[in-house]
Design a binder for this molecule. Structure first.
Ligand code: 5AD
Ligand code: SF4
Length: 461
């Protein structure tokens, strides 16, 4: 599809309106919010962190669990008061809802929260300025069409100035959408079919990030390891090939990718963990549940043993790889014995970090209609037991790092004066003294202490 850029007056010629962006949910939303902020900046908006002074309030929402969606509605209740206060002072405020709640609920949002002026789904962000113009003219705009390639082609690329202000690590979307249809998940409905971004576009963006001072790139996608494309020579590329290519860009010293599905962990990708020095020894590999019957009911397309086998092969390829996972407790029909298999799998793997959730029936997904919905108190009790075990593993993993020498990438000032916060290869936050280096430096340290959520270290001279 051809995109015809509209001639735009220079931003400086127009009054500077302000935009407040609030992001919920996954890294994909963080990335999308940044691209939208870039598009709005080009359209004359200045970012603000105060909703009260914003002419445009943009909520980039998440629909993955009921709680996440409900948060948006309570936030809209608060924003209504702000909009009214500003109107009283003669200032107009546009409220836009983007993201997966926008995609899933469409005009329902305006019906339930008439304070909203614009509803825009993830596949329509590149047309945001146009929609805002229409909303400003009084139209209630609902844009939830699917045209994902067009979006990739026309959202502004990150520029050096903007990126520099954002730091030394960056997300880069390489793939969006999902065809897996796990029976609990709304993503295939809100983000649509799996679409991979082209190699040239990805490499161009990665080079720009490197030029802007980014040292660590995380390739992101709902199903990032399903990414595929055509290499410059015409051959079929999988994610491992892309990782090799991005690792070759001068200045990019660290690479990560997320989120992966077990069934797309091909041999090449596992080997990449052995062969690419820049690829960090950390993998987020959701398993969701430990019992085969539950995995089948979830439509995961893999068994418990398949998962354990992938973990074993990964560890053979890269012995220090740290695993992270996602878990759902209380999927319909999950018995106590089946839940115990999840605990047992956790013990078998040994996670460095994890995310775990109570099953939340999402309207329109097959799981929501299954018999045997698990009562809330049972879910809560199982979640508490699972989290206790996962937290203990995370703490144990952190403690096992004490005394180790490793590199950290210094990312930002620490919470206390005189400190800096960096990241270990295993994605742990590492606190060092300000004298350790500058933001963007990769420094060699010795880990001196471990808490449940972070490490302390000293420079290893
Ligand atoms: N209920 C609970 N957790 C869910 N997830 C996705 N859908 C649901 C749901 N309906 C979790 C999965 C997924 C993570 C992003 O969110 O664990 O990996
Ligand atoms: Fe959702 Fe499953 Fe697709 Fe992940 S793989 S986005 S959990 S449907």
């Amino acid at each position: 599809m051809t995109v015809h850029p509209q001639p735009q007056p220079r931003a400086a010629d127009r009054p500077r309106r302000k935009v407040f962006v609030k992001t919920y949910g996954c890294q994909m939303n963080v990335y999308d919010s940044q691209r939208m902020a870039d598009a709005l900046e080009r359209d004359g908006y200045l970012p603000t962190s105060l909703a009260e002074e914003a002419d445009l309030i943009l909520l980039n929402t998440c629909h993955i669990r009921e709680k996440a969606a409900e948060k948006v509605y309570s936030e809209l209740g608060r924003l209504k008061k702000i909009k009214e206060r500003r109107a009283g002072a003669g200032r107009a405020t546009l409220i836009a809802v983007a993201g997966c709640v926008a995609q899933a609920e469409g005009e329902e949002i305006i019906a339930r929260a008439p304070v909203v002026d614009l509803v825009v789904g993830p596949q329509s962000y590149h047309r945001l300025p146009e929609y805002l113009g229409r909303a400003a003219a009084g139209e209630a705009v609902v844009a939830t069409d699917f045209a994902i390639e067009e979006k990739f082609a026309s959202l502004p690329r990150p520029t050096a100035g903007r990126t520099r202000a954002r730091g030394v690590t960056a997300f880069l979307t390489v793939q969006e959408g999902c065809d897996k249809f796990c029976t609990f998940c709304v993503v295939p409905y809100t983000r649509g079919q799996e679409v991979s971004r082209g190699v040239a576009q990805i490499m161009d963006e990665a080079r720009r990030l490197a030029e802007a001072g980014v040292r660590e790139i995380t390739l992101i996608g709902q199903n990032v390891n399903a990414w595929h494309g055509q290499g410059p020579g015409g051959g079929r590329w999988r994610l491992a090939d892309l990782l090799h290519a991005v690792a070759g860009i001068a200045g990019i010293d660290r690479l990560r990718y997320t989120t992966s599905h077990p069934i797309d962990m091909d041999e090449g990708l596992i080997a990449a963990h052995r062969d690419i020095a820049a690829l960090m020894p950390y993998l987020h590999l959701p398993v969701q549940a430990g019992a085969n019957r539950v995995l089948k009911a979830m439509n995961r397309h893999h068994s418990r043993d398949d998962y354990l086998d992938i973990v074993a092969r990964l560890r053979a390829a890269r012995p220090d790889v740290a695993l992270s996972g996602d878990f759902i407790v209380g999927f319909p029909g999950e018995s106590e014995a089946e839940f115990a298999e999840t605990l047992d799998l956790v013990d078998a793997v040994g996670y460095a970090s994890a995310f775990s959730f109570k099953y939340s029936p999402r309207p329109g997904t097959p799981g929501a209609d299954l018999p045997g919905q698990v009562p809330e108190p049972v879910k809560a009790e199982r979640l508490a037991r699972l989290q206790e075990r996962l937290n203990a593993q995370q703490f144990a993993f952190n403690q096992a790092c004490v005394g180790r020498r490793t590199d950290i990438l210094i990312e930002k000032p620490g919470r206390r004066d005189g400190q800096l916060a960096g990241r270990s290869p295993w994605l742990q936050t590492v606190i060092v003294d300000a004298g350790a280096g500058r933001i963007g430096d990769i420094v060699s340290v010795r880990i001196t202490g471990a808490g449940p959520n972070s490490l302390t270290a000293v420079v290893d001279r």
